[in-house]
Design a binder for this molecule. Structure first.
Ligand SMILES: Nc1nc2c(c(=O)[nH]1)N[C@H]1C(S)=C(S)[C@@H](COP(=O)(O)O)O[C@H]1N2
Ligand SMILES: [Mo]
Length: 323
């Protein structure tokens, strides 16, 4: 996504290696056996260097059972293509973030649920995942930059998280936040972005059957560059709404302001529903490049999901629904 950059000042590069690493017990048990045979130094070096290679403690949950209701006509983008063409500005602003994203520690990972709820809580990602029934769904993904992919996500409906969170009747929106750690995420040292990454949905959108929280992709735990360990997928909206690596869900009566909206409200608004007839201020949204195919295809209203979501916007016609 291109923005008009305000000048920031450079922050000196710092060592990205964390001084001290704490793993959750499950990961340590699963990954630790061979460490016993090593000298303490070798074991420590292995722990620091191989953080990315620890076995994922949720690996046994995949592949999840496919939900045949959510499949699409378009071939699924090859995993190799999908995981090497990503937007993840916390790491860098190119599509080539996969290597840098491996530095993100995804265990332990705590999710905070707060705001207008019966009782705010913090819950470890594995405890949360194991409260849910995972399923696989194939969704189209349409970036506001006019490219698209098709992905087999695994995860659970956002409605199940809402049910678990027990929001008060007064909650009208859910605000989501990505991790904040400039030590591992060099993009977060670029002070002209209003970090952390934030996105929001109305309660009606979050509980729509299509709104999905992905914990996996391609039949295994989701890759770091795709937003491990927990990422939103709202396929009828432009991709920037589908926030990655979520650490917090806050229920609120105020419309949340996303990071892109804060940066450039005239181009990236709250609703951001896909519409080929409404151009971005700097380019057309009529067609999209299907990544990996070399083809351009017509973009569909609500990215082809109108039957599920058009009803959400009845009575909101005066809102800026399409950008
Ligand atoms: N935290 C965070 N979430 C994010 C982004 C980001 O830079 N940071 N990029 C968004 C954009 S613009 C898109 S198109 C999708 C890209 O997801 P993908 O890399 O899995 O295709 O993630 C969205 N979620
Ligand atoms: Mo995007």
């Amino acid at each position: 996504m291109t923005v008009i950059r305000r000048r920031g000042w450079e922050i000196p590069e710092r060592l990205a290696t964390p001084e001290h690493l704490v793993f959750d017990r499950r990961a340590l048990l699963a990954g630790g056996a061979s460490l016993l045979a090593m000298t303490p130094y070798a074991a420590q070096a292995q722990r620091v260097g191989d953080l990315a290679n620890l076995p994922d403690p949720s690996a046994d949950l995949y592949p999840a059972k496919r939900n045949e209701k959510y499949t699409i006509e378009r071939p699924i983008t090859a995993e190799k293509i999908n995981t090497n063409y990503n937007n993840f500005y916390e790491f860098n602003s190119s599509k080539n973030v996969a290597a840098q994203a491996q530095k993100l520690p995804i265990r332990p990972w705590t999710v905070k649920i707060d705001g207008m709820v019966e009782k705010p809580i913090e819950i470890g990602i594995d405890e949360l995942i194991r409260k849910m029934t995972l399923e696989e769904r194939t969704y189209r993904h349409r970036c506001v930059e006019a490219w698209s992919m098709a992905i087999a996500w695994s995860g659970f409906p956002f409605a199940k998280l809402v049910e678990f969170a027990k929001p008060l009747g007064s909650a009208k929106f859910v605000r989501m936040e990505t991790f904040m750690d400039p030590k591992v995420a060099p993009g977060q040292r670029q002070t002209w972005y209003p970090w952390p990454y934030v996105e929001g949905l109305t309660m009606a959108e979050a509980t729509n059957e299509l709104a999905f929280l992905a914990t996996g992709a391609y039949g295994k735990p989701i890759s770091k560059q795709q937003g491990a360990p927990l990422r939103l997928a709202v396929p009828w909206k432009y991709g920037f709404k589908s926030i990655k690596s979520i650490v917090r869900f806050s229920f609120t009566d105020k419309q949340p302001k996303g990071m892109w909206e804060k940066l450039q409200a005239s181009e990236y608004g709250f609703w951001a529903n896909v519409n080929p007839a409404v151009p971005h201020p700097r380019w057309s949204q009529a067609t999209e490049e299907v990544i990996g195919t070399g083809e351009r295809v017509p973009t569909q209203i609500f990215n082809g999901y109108g039957e599920y979501v058009a009803g959400l916007y009845k009575g909101l016609e005066k809102e800026r629904l399409w950008a």
